[in-house]
Design a protein around this ligand. Structure first.
Ligand code: ADP
Ligand code: MG
Length: 348
């Protein structure tokens, strides 16, 4: 029996799936979340409810665990930094500081000579006027965005007044890429030049929310290799420990761009639970808890369908599905439009 207790900050479905993976390895999990109803409390060994700036509760959380990780990137850097003084936080907080800020993230990627979309920093309305060249584009908040939240598509400068943009926040304006496809690459780095990498996953979005993922991705050999090489380069440069996902765009001329980096397990990797010998969640736990690295082996091609809002109802009512299908219910208390409620993986 291992005697490791893993602390996880964040109590959504990613925290749940990390807990399940940890328990399989005999690792106990304590989840810390600022949401009283966090669904991961159904899956972890212990649940702590507290705000991300509540030093006392964070302190007692740190006392209970051996190592701390997180399931989402929008945790205040200060919180991670303070916790890191008490127990090791992995991926290290400095990684999160870069990636949770879209501008710092894109600057970092460009410094590695890896292509991103074209982007400019926008602090007020006036900054947009000379950026005609970046239109049509998408204005995105520099921090706290997910599932398309905090994003405004912009076609022309005259449109800006009608969008009621909240300029108390900071933005980047990104030139729109004429998308042919989106893919993601998930890599788990253990230590210097030691990693396990999954093959590129092809993703489709609806209303900027991931709807559907599949392996193999229908892409050229060149993009298959390039996306993996860039992901490894990013993980190495960050001296990353744990599972990381790089989201890519492919344009109509077959150019590859890094869209964003997720310093965590990723929705597109849910299919790794059933399609590989070791899932992205188990690999994350193995890496942050310094367990053995196991050579990755693909078992099957697969598709994953996100069940959003009331799409979950049908599967809750009809849980009997065929042998090659796997239904996951995140057990969220309330069904909300645009909320990821569960997913279905189909092995092919
Ligand atoms: P989030 O943090 O919400 O995931 P993303 O930057 O990944 O934000 O944007 C969500 C989705 O919106 C992308 O997966 C893509 O489908 C679309 N999108 C975002 N930026 C661009 C862009 N510059 N060009 C084309 N499509 C984009
Ligand atoms: Mg994204």
């Amino acid at each position: 029996m291992s005697e490791i207790t893993l602390g996880i900050i964040g109590g959504g479905q990613l925290g749940s799936m990390l807990s399940v993976a940890a328990q399989k390895l005999n690792i106990k999990t304590v989840i810390y979340s600022d949401d009283k109803d966090a669904p991961a409390q159904n899956f972890c060994d212990e649940f702590i409810f507290g705000n991300y700036d509540d030093k006392n509760i964070l302190y007692s959380f740190a006392q209970k665990v051996d190592v701390i990780t997180y399931e989402f990137e929008n945790i205040p850097f200060e919180t991670l930094n303070e916790l890191n003084k008490l127990k090791t936080v992995l991926p290290k907080p400095s990684v999160n500081r870069i990636i949770q800020h879209r501008l710092a993230e894109k600057d970092f990627v460009n410094k590695l000579n890896i292509r991103t979309t074209r982007y400019a920093h926008v602090e007020n309305k006036k900054d947009i006027e000379p950026l005609e060249d970046f239109l049509p584009g998408i204005l995105k908040t520099t921090t706290m965005g997910y599932d398309g939240k905090g994003q405004y598509p912009i076609k022309s400068v005259d449109q800006i007044d009608s969008l009621n943009i909240d300029f108390s926040k900071e933005y980047i304006l990104e030139k729109l890429v004429r998308l042919k496809k989106e893919i993601s690459v998930i890599v788990t780095r253990f230590e210097s030049n030691r990693y396990e990498i999954y093959e590129p996953i092809e993703n489709s979005h609806q209303n900027q929310i991931l709807k559907y993922s599949k392996i193999p991705a229908d892409i050229s050999e060149k993009l298959f290799e390039q996306s993996k090489d860039w992901s490894i380069q990013i993980a190495e440069e960050l001296k990353y420990v744990g599972t990381l996902c790089v989201e890519f765009f492919i344009d109509r001329n077959e150019n590859l761009y890094v869209n964003e980096i997720a310093p965590r397990v990723h929705n597109s990797g849910h299919l790794t639970i059933n399609a590989y010998n070791v899932s992205q969640f188990e690999n994350h736990v193995r890496a942050v808890c310094s367990l053995e690295q196991i050579k990755l082996n693909k078992i099957s091609n697969a598709e994953m369908i996100n069940l959003i809002g009331d799409q979950i109802v049908y599967y809750r009512d009809n849980p009997k599905i065929s042998d090659n299908q796997f239904f996951f219910d995140y057990l969220k208390k309330e069904i909300k439009e645009k909320r990821k409620m569960g997913h279905l993986t189909i092995l092919k």
